[in-house]
Design a protein around this ligand. Structure first.
Ligand code: ATP
Length: 260
């Protein structure tokens, strides 16, 4: 029918469960999770330690495979998406090579793909500018602050121009000030790159500040307990953190954890 668009979700999980085989006692880390994430959306996976956030992220990235259920990435299997380089991943720890300059850390994935040096250098310049580190390309990671190192990790994750950026508590090791600043910078980067972001966090304010929607998870076993829409306008600003709407959202999400 004219005007009816059928949109394929960028990430789709149907009844996904994941049980880790630990020998003595198996761990049901994720139980029957179903979710859909649209292309270009920014969502957070929020929940207490052990509720399966990292497991869900690893399932999406095809780093592990579910015990049961279905995962589709833009209509393809997660494996096909991984082979097509659709993912960029940022971990809690930036995992940079201290003996390589910042620009060479950023372009490592391109180097591994056999991209020529001239193209790598050009891409490094673009990415350094994107993450606000244009003057630091020739430094070494150990010369940078924790927040700057995490920006390098973000630039590296974006080097292959991934459709999906998966971020596993990337700012949780940083102090509160750096974390809030990086939240804002991440949104600026995302507004330019316009990819789909799945962001894992324990922090209710962080999930609200960043996201279009927050997926609230409950533990033992990890289940999706609710999904909260974040209607705050974009661009998000630090002042919004002090607005009544922001506090109402914090209270609403905290309520979802009551009894968890
Ligand atoms: N490789 C593994 N083998 C066995 N059990 C695992 C493995 N990885 C995770 N688990 C267990 O699965 C459950 C979910 O873990 P997961 O790391 O996904 O949770 P999380 O919400 O990301 O936790 P955190 O916030 O502490 O990182 C936990 O009980 C954890 O101990």
């Amino acid at each position: 029918m004219a005007g009816t668009a059928i949109t394929i979700p960028e990430i789709q999980m149907e009844q996904v469960s994941m049980q880790y085989d630990t020998g003595a006692s198996d761990v049901l880390a994720v139980q029957q999770v179903s979710l859909k994430i649209a292309k270009g959306e920014f969502v957070s996976l929020l929940g207490p330690s052990g509720c399966g956030k990292t497991t869900l992220l690893r399932l999406m990235a095809d780093l592990i495979q579910p015990t049961s259920g279905m995962i589709k990435i833009a209509g393809q299997s997660a494996r096909e998406a991984r082979l097509a380089q659709k993912y960029g991943i940022v971990f809690q720890n930036p995992v940079l090579y201290d003996w390589r300059k910042v620009k060479d850390n950023i372009t490592l994935p391109l180097e591994m793909m056999g991209v020529q040096k001239a193209r790598r250098s050009k891409k490094a310049e673009e990415l350094l500018e994107l993450v606000g580190l244009q003057d630091f390309g020739s430094q070494y990671p150990w010369q940078l602050s924790g927040g700057m190192q995490q920006r390098v990790a973000i630039a590296r994750a974006l080097s292959m121009e991934p459709e999906i950026l998966l971020m596993d508590e990337p700012f949780s090791a940083l102090d509160e000030f750096s974390r809030e600043r990086l939240n804002e910078e991440l949104l600026l980067i995302w507004s330019k790159v316009k990819n789909t972001v799945v962001f894992v966090t324990h922090s209710i304010p962080e999930s609200i500040f960043l996201s279009d929607r927050v997926f609230v998870l409950s533990p033992h076993p990890g289940r999706l307990s609710s999904v909260v829409e974040i209607p705050l306008p974009r661009p998000r600003t630090q002042e919004m953190r002090n607005s009544p709407e922001f506090f109402q959202l914090i209270a609403a999400i905290r309520d979802r954890f009551e009894g968890v």
